[in-house]
Design a protein around this ligand. Structure first.
Ligand code: PHE
Length: 366
């Protein structure tokens, strides 16, 4: 093969390239494993010894030239595509879709519930997730021996190693106790009853949404972190019937006008009397259709026809004493509900873990 004639042909072939495909074809023809340059290289050993070096040099030079020309050609293609019509907007190209975000279903439910209460004049207040043992338990009249105070029901925060400081002793002293306040992850939003009542005076109507923590093993119905909404109202002459009226208004707005409600006597250390509140099962509506007793048991209400949605009661006089309110002057009610539970009932969700797994197939439905 004669290098000069190859060079001559190369120039015209390069000029004829008119598509990325023909460019690639030419690359294979020259640089491919069985291409022109490979053949030239493999012919070197067949030459007389004294010609080999100079021929090898020429082959190398040709190879570099081919690489250079093909590269140039490729670049001109790329720029041709983008520069052929400056400013041209090709509307036929697929667009770049913007991902539209949305509020998490729990955020939506919290907002919906808080909106219902603000429409009745309640104030929304948020509080810390790290709380003092006093706000979470003691102030709420929860005795030291109460099981919820045990470490297996509450996440306590290991006390920080205290650095010896000249003020440390006096600070503890002014706190009125020789023991440093234990800190914990709040196990309910009721802790905010204490801090809100301490910092404000009645009349008060407050709702507190927020995260709470309990060391429960995670399963379809339990999570070590979940959300609650606390509500309370304090004034002169607040009665149990106020609690009933307000909760009924709330439940009908969330679950529908046709639901029924019942107050079941219960016990909480910080309310007296206390009640758990049920609504008629919105899944099987059994209460409304008692005649179908043979039906398969509803998996949500277990055939009972009622669903527990919250705890409530009249604020205990001891709680008022703890925050410095006169229990003879003021009365009030409090309630606390689990947001996940409300959302699960409202949307027919059967596994609490779905809220926290960030699976967009689930989240996009809301
Ligand atoms: N804090 C209670 C709980 O977490 C609920 C509750 C709040 C009950 C307010 C009565 C009054 O179970």
């Amino acid at each position: 093969m004669d290098i000069e004639s190859i060079k001559a042909r190369l120039d015209s072939e390069i000029n004829q390239i008119n598509s990325p495909e023909s460019l690639e074809a030419l690359r294979v023809k020259y640089l491919g494993r069985k291409g022109v340059l490979a053949q030239l290289t493999s012919s070197i050993p067949t030459l007389p010894q004294e010609q080999r070096a100079s021929f090898g040099k020429e082959v190398n030079a040709l190879k570099n030239k081919v690489i250079f020309l093909l590269d140039e050609r490729q670049k001109s293609f790329a720029s041709l595509v983008s520069e052929s019509r400056p400013g041209f907007l090709d509307l036929s190209l697929p667009g770049i879709a913007q991902d539209l975000g949305r509020l998490h279903p729990l955020t939506q439910v919290i907002k919906e519930i808080c909106d219902i209460f603000t429409s009745m004049g309640f104030l929304v207040v948020e509080g810390p997730e790290i709380e003092t043992e006093y706000n979470n338990f003691t102030g709420l009249n929860i005795p030291l021996e109460h099981p919820s105070r045990e470490a297996f029901d509450t996440f306590y925060i290991a006390p920080q190693a205290t650095h010896p400081s000249p003020n440390a002793k006096s600070r503890q002293h002014t706190a009125g106790s020789s023991v440093q306040q234990k800190l914990l992850l709040r196990s309910h939003t009721s802790s905010m009853q204490i801090s809100v009542m301490k910092s404000r005076q009645p009349p008060l109507a407050v709702v507190v949404p927020g995260r709470v923590y309990r060391p429960d093993a995670v399963d379809a119905a339990h999570s070590f972190m979940f959300h609650q909404i606390e509500g309370f109202m304090v004034d002169e002459n607040i009665r149990f019937s106020d609690l009933k009226g307000i909760l009924e208004f709330f439940a009908k707005r969330v679950f529908g006008e046709d639901i029924k409600m019942r107050f079941r006597p219960h016990f909480f250390p910080f309310t007296e009397p206390s009640a758990e509140v049920d609504i008629s099962c919105i899944i099987c509506r059994r209460e409304q259709r008692r005649e179908n007793r043979e039906e398969k048991k509803c998996s949500v209400c277990e055939g009972k026809g009622w669903l527990e949605i919250l705890g409530s009661g009249m604020i205990h006089p001891n709680v008022f004493k703890n925050v410095g309110y006169d229990p003879k002057k003021y009365t009030g009610f409090a309630f606390g509900m689990g947001v996940e539970r409300i959302a699960m009932l409202k949307y027919g969700i059967n596994d609490i873990r779905l809220f926290f797994e960030n699976d967009l197939r689930f989240l996009r439905q809301f």
